[in-house]
Design a protein around this ligand. Structure first.
Ligand SMILES: *[C@@H]1O[C@H](CO)[C@@H](O)[C@H](O)[C@H]1NC(C)=O
Length: 187
């Protein structure tokens, strides 16, 4: 009996006092993705430090295939500049597993790689800038785009952005913050 009461008391606390996982499927030049990242994701990250564990998967509608000379080549809904920026976002995620959100949000919605370089990478060390740009313009980045494509296809995503909160589809009819705060006692 006493164990039962303890379990009843402990369970809600255990469920609530934890990080919330938010998975976002995006593409770098879709306007709704840009709005979601700038207007909701970044403020949520900034105002509620550590509450959300964001996983961003930049790819969108597109495909990757091997060319005749065995190179990966991807196509993206908004053309090759979108693939370029998706690559840079995927490179940032890969190089900074814990601290990439600012970079990914900054790169989102920009016109091209050059603008992203000027606006988003200027505060990084020259070495890091060089590594990120090299990744974004080579097969390294294209391979990361391919992995994001596989994730996107596997999840059966058809519209962008699509968000999942703790593995459950989030329907966007109310703010993401409200949904996040339903899942944790940290708000
Ligand atoms: C969140 O993700 C982590 C690691 O990916 C996992 O261990 C944890 O169980 C997830 N939490 C919830 C509430 O789904």
């Amino acid at each position: 009996m006493i164990q039962y009461v303890i379990a009843l008391l402990a369970l809600p606390l255990f469920i609530q006092a934890q990080q919330v996982n938010v998975t976002l499927f995006t593409e770098s030049q879709c306007p709704f993705c840009t709005r979601l990242l700038r207007d909701q994701v970044w403020p949520l990250h900034a105002n509620r430090q550590g509450v959300v564990n964001f996983q961003i998967i930049p790819f969108g509608k597109g495909n990757c295939e091997y060319t005749a000379d065995r190179k990966l080549q991807c196509t993206c809904m908004h053309g090759q500049t979108e693939c370029d920026l998706n690559r840079l976002q995927n490179c940032a995620i890969s190089y900074f597993p814990k601290r990439h959100l600012g970079l990914v949000v900054c790169i989102q919605g920009l016109a091209n790689l050059q603008e992203a370089f000027q606006r988003c990478l200027s505060r990084l060390s020259p070495r890091t800038q060089q590594r990120l740009m090299e990744c974004a313009t080579t097969q390294t980045g294209e391979t990361l785009n391919y992995y994001s494509m596989v994730n996107t296809h596997r999840a059966g995503i058809r519209i962008w952005p699509t968000a999942y909160v703790n593995g459950r589809f989030f329907d966007r009819s109310y703010p993401l913050e409200t949904e996040v705060c339903r899942h944790t006692g940290w708000c």
